[in-house]
Design a protein around this ligand. Structure first.
Ligand code: SF4
Length: 666
């Protein structure tokens, strides 16, 4: 039975695996023993990767909506109809009335081509993907804060760190390959600290656990920064402006605001000040929290001060949820960046792209995924599922109905595909060539192992067909040529080729030969980059006698319940118990609060906030802070009745904010 080496299609760790193939079908999965991340191991998701292609739930032919019902049709009709409808919107309202959503698990080549179609055929920078908003507002994506030389560290850094801080993340649930390394490091005596509202499984091994009041994480970061600066060796003086910014956050004041004991803040400050290779690990549990952006800025400043100038060590490690969330951003599925994070307004970058494309991309920044869903008339969705993945959850549905024409290219009938006017069936990762870029910026090959079902066309073929209908034929001889084109445009992928990738375990941009010299990344740092403001406002909701508890949306627990691959890989679904829907509707409180309220695990309760109410099952856990109700993000629509969704003023990204609630017996 042949074995084809490829890359796991699930999380951002990017484990290498082999698909076992027989008769053109992927029948099994085996870990790659030598792959630097997998190292002979996979998690449950990885072991079931072949089931994604073998799923009996695939969309197997194009669908077109007639009299409200999606009916099978042929490719020519589906593509002609799609082109006609999009062109009529373009002619009536301009290309900016059309939006394009790419995919955090589509290949780099597909994402690049989707953005190229948007920019070339429609003259719009309305290109984005829902999961990108997970990481916003982030100093790495907002041009004005781009003063940091590297986006994040590397997975191998976990085992080289001398201090690990898990900040609102649960790697066992979300990123098992990273979790294994954290565990290994902890077993080897590396001190582990945890900052969380819900303690992660690995948090049980933490030397110090800090449980701030929800909505005060940025203030805790400021307090820790001050405590660390206070403890640091005076030969490593902090920047004066930064020290002044956090000067007021004494341990006592930080305790008063965050609820974390002053002595613990000092203790952690001492640990950080002594560390030479500290690693703060975070994921969307932090970036999607009410204070994600402010918190991240505080931690970046903290990390940089601890590490010191001129030190190559990267103190932050961001773990992306999807296998190619990093790559989709790298290749320009961002409304204000061309491939390689070049500003769309940068004349030189646009001229460079024009030389390759034959026409310049537009200079005006486009709409974010959130704004697209609300404002465009035509939406082309490739492998995204905004109805499920945008931070507003099902709350976007009403806005979605304003879209005049929706086309979805996907392997499965996701909630977004089910609402579409046209569905174009997609190939899975097992049936096509390409690359993914993992959370540590490792660009790796995805290899065609299995035959796609008879009426399936790859995303690249379909995008090229569409471009041709708009008068921009894209005649690539192979997928490798698309990568060659990306490498010719994007400074960060410079020098990449399939030939080079096939002889390695992938290339990490900024480290391996792509840039050759990591200092060249300094050219990416904005000239007028600003210091972020720290801890100016907290996001603590108003608590009173009627609403004495704080409800927080938990993105870590059941992190995979919103995933179309998990939902459709039959064995994996069974393995993860994803059929037990009731578990996903369980709001969790501490044992202390359960005693006070005379409630026990498993009972049905009503949670009421100033916005509305929802009936849910109750869970009780000693891993939750007293005074907090944790609601898994998978509760979806139920949250809309409870939790306010606020738009961040800087990034325009919605966030589900902590809110005051009470729990009642129905
Ligand atoms: S840790 Fe992530 S990349 Fe590795 S096998 Fe599991 S899901 Fe796949």
């Amino acid at each position: 039975m042949p074995y084809v080496l490829t890359t796991c299609p699930f999380c951002g760790c990017g484990c290498g695996l082999y698909l076992q193939v027989e008769g053109g079908r992927a029948l099994g999965t085996v870990a790659s023993a030598d792959h630097p991340v997998a190292r002979g191991r996979l998690c449950a998701k990885g072991w079931h990767a072949h089931e994604v292609a073998a799923s009996p739930r695939r969309v197997l032919s194009p669908l077109i909506r007639r009299q409200g019902v999606l009916e099978e049709t042929g490719w020519d009709e589906a593509l002609d109809f799609t082109a006609t409808r999009l062109r009529s919107i373009q002619e009536a309202e301009g290309g900016t009335a059309v939006g394009f959503l790419g995919s955090p698990r589509g290949t780099n080549e597909e994402n690049y081509l989707l953005a190229k179609v948007a920019r070339l055929c429609f003259g719009t920078n309305n290109v984005d993907f829902s999961a990108r908003l997970d990481a916003l507002p982030s100093l790495f994506d907002l041009p004005k804060y781009r003063r940091f030389t590297l986006p994040t560290g590397n997975i191998k850094d976990i085992e080289q760190a001398d201090l690990i801080v898990l900040w609102q993340t649960d790697p066992v649930e979300e990123h098992p390959a990273a979790a294994a390394r954290v565990l290994h490091a902890a077993e080897n005596g590396v001190p582990l600290l945890e900052v969380a509202i819900r303690s992660a499984q690995l948090g049980m091994r933490a030397k110090v656990r800090l449980w701030p009041i929800p909505g005060t994480e940025a203030q805790l970061a400021a307090g820790l920064l001050r405590a660390t600066l206070h403890e640091m060796n005076p030969t490593r003086p902090a920047r004066e402006t930064l020290a002044a910014t956090v000067d007021g956050w004494t341990p006592e004041k930080t305790e008063q605001v965050t609820g974390v004991l002053a002595e613990d803040i000092v203790r952690v400050g001492q640990r950080l000040a002594e560390a030479r290779r500290p690693l703060i690990v975070y994921s969307r549990g932090m970036t999607l929290a009410g204070q994600g952006g402010e918190c991240l800025m505080g931690l970046a400043a903290l990390g940089q001060e601890v590490v010191g100038e001129g030190n190559e060590w990267q103190p932050l490690l961001w773990l992306t949820k999807h296998c190619n969330a990093q790559g989709a951003r790298d290749v320009g599925v961002v409304p204000y960046f061309l491939p390689g994070y070049q500003d769309v307004g940068d004349e030189r970058a646009r001229a460079n792209v024009a030389q390759v494309w034959g026409a310049a991309p537009p200079a005006e920044a486009g709409l974010s995924a959130w704004d697209m869903v609300k404002r465009v008339r035509g939406l082309y969705v490739m492998g995204d599922d905004p109805l499920r993945l945008l931070p507003g959850g099902d709350g976007t549905r009403l806005e979605f109905e304003n879209i005049e024409f929706l086309v979805v290219q996907d392997s499965f009938l996701t909630p977004t595909a089910a609402a579409a006017d046209v569905v174009l069936p997609g190939a899975t990762f097992a049936e096509k060539d390409g690359t993914f870029t993992s959370t540590e910026r490792r660009v790796q090959r995805v290899r065609r192992a299995a035959d796609a079902p008879p009426d399936i066309r790859t995303e690249l073929e379909v995008l090229c067909s569409l471009a041709e209908r708009f008068g921009h034929p894209m005649d690539y001889g192979s997928v490798a040529e698309v990568m060659d084109e990306i490498a010719s445009i994007s400074p960060i992928y410079q020098g990449l080729s399939y030939e080079a990738l096939d002889q390695s375990w992938g290339f990490q941009w900024s480290i391996d030969t792509v840039l050759g010299d990591s200092r060249r990344l300094d050219s990416m740092v904005g000239e007028n980059a600003q210091d972020p403001t720290l801890a100016e406002r907290n996001a603590v909701p108003r608590i009173d006698e009627e609403f004495p508890l704080v409800l927080v949306v938990d993105y870590g627990i059941e992190a995979w319940s919103d995933d179309s691959f998990v939902a459709n890989a039959i064995g994996l679904r069974r393995e993860k118990g994803a059929n037990r829907k009731s578990d996903l509707e369980r709001a969790v409180i501490s044992a202390t609060d359960a005693d006070k309220l005379d409630l026990r695990s498993g009972v049905r309760v009503r949670i009421r906030s100033r916005n509305g109410q929802a009936q849910v099952l109750l869970g009780v856990s000693d891993r939750v802070r007293a005074g907090v109700v944790l609601a898994p993000a998978s509760m979806g629509g139920a949250l809309n009745g409870l939790v306010p969704c606020e738009t961040d003023p800087e990034s325009g990204v919605p966030r589900l904010m902590p809110c005051a609630v009470c729990i009642e017996k129905p």
